[in-house]
Design a protein around this ligand. Structure first.
Ligand code: PGA
Length: 228
């Protein structure tokens, strides 16, 4: 069996109350498969404002999931109003997503900004999911996990075909030396297993479907059993 990896990206969704509800429901839904999935890293990337609560809740429930942020400052601490540093994130999380297409599009992040963010993340002891929209976007050496997410597939209900995603991911691996590469973009309960059955795809990055704890727990089950 290959080494699977599952990541969730809540984006700009969920208050602290909603986060609490999500974790409670997820713990119930995922309970019966916990021993199967314990070896599969599951990283849930949430808004900064719920990192602390989520960490406490996950620790208390002994849920085998890692917590991630969705962005990080490219600077160290100091006079950078509104920015959240790697050191701050590391108090509550183990991972961070950098280079998501929405950050590139709405916040005009460049490849060099994103590379700087990865450097700060690593300096703080965080692991990085480095997102790219295609195989031609550079990935600096050292990304822990790469996410291939075609822009047109994000939140649209249209996915890349599993076969084409596999070809692109194989090419990303060849070009960058990355060993763990995920597919993301409209992954649902109906199609997740089709992606992870492809030989080069190591897992999935889930946006919309991860907002519902029951659907996400089911997806974890589908993905972990889908490749056995
Ligand atoms: P989606 O988002 O699953 O809602 O398409 C994926 C992502 O942007 O990470």
């Amino acid at each position: 069996m290959k080494n699977l990896f599952i990541a969730a990206n809540w984006k700009s969704n969920k208050t602290a109350i909603e986060e609490h509800e999500w974790v409670s429901k997820f713990a119930l839904s995922v309970g019966d498969i916990i021993s199967d999935v314990i070896k599969v890293p599951i990283v849930i990337c949430v808004p900064y404002t719920v990192l602390q609560n989520m960490k406490q809740q996950v620790d208390q429930a002994k849920l085998p999931v890692f917590i991630g942020a969705q962005n990080i400052s490219k600077f160290d601490e100091g006079a950078y109003t509104g920015e959240v540093t790697g050191k701050m994130i590391k108090e509550h999380a183990a991972w961070v997503i950098v280079g998501h297409s929405e950050r590139r599009k709405y916040f005009l992040e460049t490849d060099s900004d994103i590379a700087a963010k990865m450097e700060k993340a690593h300096a703080a002891g965080l692991k990085v999911i480095y997102c790219v929209p295609d195989e031609n976007t550079p990935v600096p050496p050292g990304a822990d996990v790469v996410g291939y997410e075609p822009v047109w597939a994000i939140g649209t209900g249209k996915t890349d075909s599993p076969e084409n995603a596999n070809t692109v991911i194989a090419s990303i691996k060849k070009k960058t030396g990355a060993t763990t590469v995920l597919y993301g973009g409209s992954v649902t309960n109906d199609n997740a297993a089709l992606f992870v059955r492809q030989p080069s795809i190591d897992g999935v990055l889930i946006g919309g479907t991860s907002l519902d704890p029951d659907k996400f727990a089911r997806l974890v089950r589908e993905v972990t059993t889908g490749v056995q």
